[in-house]
Design a binder for this molecule. Sequence first.
Ligand code: HEM
Length: 160
Amino acid sequence: MEQKQLTEPQKVLIRDNWQIVSQDQIHHGTVLFTRLFELEPDLVFLFQYNSSHFSNVQECLGSVEFTEHIRKVMTVIDAAVNSVDSLSSLEEYLTGLGRKHRATGVRVESFKTVGESLLFALETGLGELFTEEAREAWSLLYATVVSAMSCGWYREPQGD
Ligand code: HEM
């Protein structure tokens, strides 16, 4: 992945932060998506289960299916944190994941807002532990993940 490499101290910060946040992934993931829907409310309509979409954010956030999506998102972040030493191993998976998101109608630009919402959730969950250095490290990790996902918008599937 063509991003600036994370330094060893940045990796330590990410792992230390995540050890705390990952203890309650659904809670912190809910903070993330609550923020995301505040910033881009129309994203809620992209989540359709059984062919119908939610009529409002509260209905979405309270649903079992959406809670499952939060779990999926946190699992991907968990995988990225566990692979900070070898993020390129996730590249193919993330490109495929981007392609699936493109098919749901989400614009790649909205992932910038997801990034802001992730930083918001980390700051809310970690308080003073979320230092300026930690923010920088997470921004870099997230940028790497989104860079791989965004190939799913621009690159045709290979070999399938
Ligand atoms: C703009 C924000 C996002 C929107 C609108 C969105 C929307 C969706 C939708 C509609 C689905 C299919 C239904 C479902 O499985 O619940 C989905 C699946 C999924 N999403 Fe997202 N998503 C967003 C962000 C993310 C992020 C940031 C990640 C992880 C980094 C992620 C990870 C996943 C995964 C792992 C799946 C399951 C894919 C599969 O079935 O193989 N999503 N997403």
